[in-house]
Design a protein around this ligand. Structure first.
Ligand SMILES: [Zn+2]
Ligand SMILES: [Zn+2]
Length: 252
């Protein structure tokens, strides 16, 4: 043999453990799946000691199997749906449940998603526009919309209030979304001063949800002092300016 295999005594049975890539049989409710996992494997009792990356992969693979058996979304699907919704792990946890670290756990395979969360994610994956219904109350949306008098805070395009959250699957005029001026990771929060209305195109362009950066990158007028802030009502309501602005009741 060209290289020596590292060995150590097994803490369980005292037998010989080898550090090697070994068949790793995952089992959940009678369903089995075998992967190859690098770690310390006992030649006598089958005990394994896993650390680091191999341990993470082992946990994720087990959760994937469990998810398939239970009929819920696995770590990979959770990540795919979340990314498709344009949410960071943190925002997803705050908005949909699970807390700020929840999605990190789901996607790394540390924690399985509940059936309820799985259903919610599946529904949102089918119709991402409904995300807007969860995020903000009608009253908050009114306030955010009014901050820039119904224009995109980035490019100044007219927005249609009732077309909030109509992300994909439609070409309705004036579609808009709520954006964080400063991303959560940079100290921005979900408080009103940090929230702005952006047209769907500007918001998509801004994958990291940092409006300030996009505004500067594109060389457009920053939000404050932007010409569209001062436009008169007659401008905004002129014929052909797009979809009529119909306010939703602030509360009922
Ligand atoms: Zn052993
Ligand atoms: Zn825009």
């Amino acid at each position: 043999m060209a290289h020596e295999v590292k060995t150590q005594p097994c803490p369980e049975c005292g037998g010989l453990m080898r550090y090697e890539k070994h068949d790793d049989v995952l089992e959940y409710q009678g369903h089995k799946r075998t992967i190859k996992t690098l770690g310390w494997w006992c030649t006598k009792c089958g005990e394994a000691i896993l650390t680091g990356d191999p341990l993470v992969r082992h946990e994720r693979a087990f959760l994937q199997l469990k998810a398939e058996v239970d009929g819920v979304l696995g770590p990979k699907e959770v990540a795919r749906v979340r990314e498709g919704l344009g949410l960071s792990q943190r925002t997803a946890g705050e908005l949909l449940g699970g807390g700020p670290r929840g999605f990190q756990k789901y996607e790394s395979g540390k924690q399985a998603v509940s059936t309820a969360m799985s259903h919610l994610l599946r529904l949102l994956a089918k119709d991402p526009s409904r995300l807007g219904d969860l995020a903000y109350s009608a009253e908050q949306l009114n306030e955010i919309y009014d901050k820039t008098e119904g224009y995109c805070a980035c490019c100044g395009k007219k927005l249609a209030f009732t077309n909030h959250g109509l992300g994909g699957g439609t070409n309705a005029k004036g579609r808009w979304e709520v954006a964080h001026r400063r991303a959560g990771s940079k100290g921005g929060g979900d408080r009103l001063p940090n929230l702005w209305a952006l047209c769907v195109e500007c918001n998509r362009d801004m994958s990291t949800a940092d409006a300030t950066r996009v505004v500067h990158r594109e060389g457009k007028t920053p939000v404050r002092g932007s010409p569209f802030l001062g436009r008169s009502r007659s401008d905004r309501d002129s014929p052909g300016s797009g979809t009529p602005v119909t306010r939703r009741a602030a509360s009922r």
